[in-house]
Design a protein around this ligand. Sequence first.
Ligand code: ATP
Ligand code: MG
Length: 250
Amino acid sequence: MRCLAFVSPLGGVGRTTLAAHCATLLAASGTPVLAFDLSPQNTLGLHLGLSAPPEQGWQAAVRDGGWLGEAALENSAGVRLLPHGTLAHRTSQPQGWLAEQLALLDLPTDGVAVLDTPTLPAPMAQQALLCADLVVLVLDVSPRAVHVHATWQSWIGRLQPTQRWAVALNGVDPRSAIRRGTLARLRAQWGERLLPYALHQDEHVPQAQERALCVHQSMPQAQAAHDLQGIAAWVSEALGPAPTGRQGAL
Ligand SMILES: Nc1ncnc2c1ncn2[C@@H]1O[C@H](COP(=O)(O)OP(=O)(O)OP(=O)(O)O)[C@@H](O)[C@H]1O
Ligand SMILES: [Mg+2]
């Protein structure tokens, strides 16, 4: 089982949007996918077919001493969703907890766990960072994002050599001179670390979300649908081939 995490020290940059679309597009290509909502915002399901934030989720299962997998839901696009749930109890989990839980979920070996995370330095985002095979740092094209480069080293300094990371930019808008300037600065900062596709600012993203859909489902010809398909294809390639071995249960 491979693990993909969308992380950021900035809020509202598109982590949940990217996680939902990559989960859906990977599932569409035949990969067993678990979309794991680690954020107390509990919004991942709202991109994946749920009309309201799910009350029940893995937090309640853990609180009651149960197995996380009990909280999993399946959507019509073939994505298994593990919602956070509305309960946000405050006890922090020990280091390594998330990696252990992912192993206990017993996902198929050709499967991918897609982690949507709270904003760094939230402890659960740090756990995701440490256990993902591929970490995607999500930044919006904004002046605040230009400051992330200086502090990111302290985060990636903790990664194992086998872990890969890359940067996804969201909110590209060629019509805005300010954003064009910021985009140029971000490109100069991150260079080869940038994904070859960035996500454009596109009203079809929130519109799709209002319908609990992904953009390629609600407006396939939208710029954002094209961008997100490119990002998902890149991620799929970067995750590498599925390891061979036993097939899991979930
Ligand atoms: N490319 C885009 N164009 C237009 N709107 C977008 C785009 N990407 C995301 N949005 C909108 O921006 C908002 C924030 O996106 P999202 O929830 O994915 O970010 P996040 O990083 O997960 O935020 P949070 O810190 O709240 O978890 C959502 O309303 C989403 O629909
Ligand atoms: Mg989010």
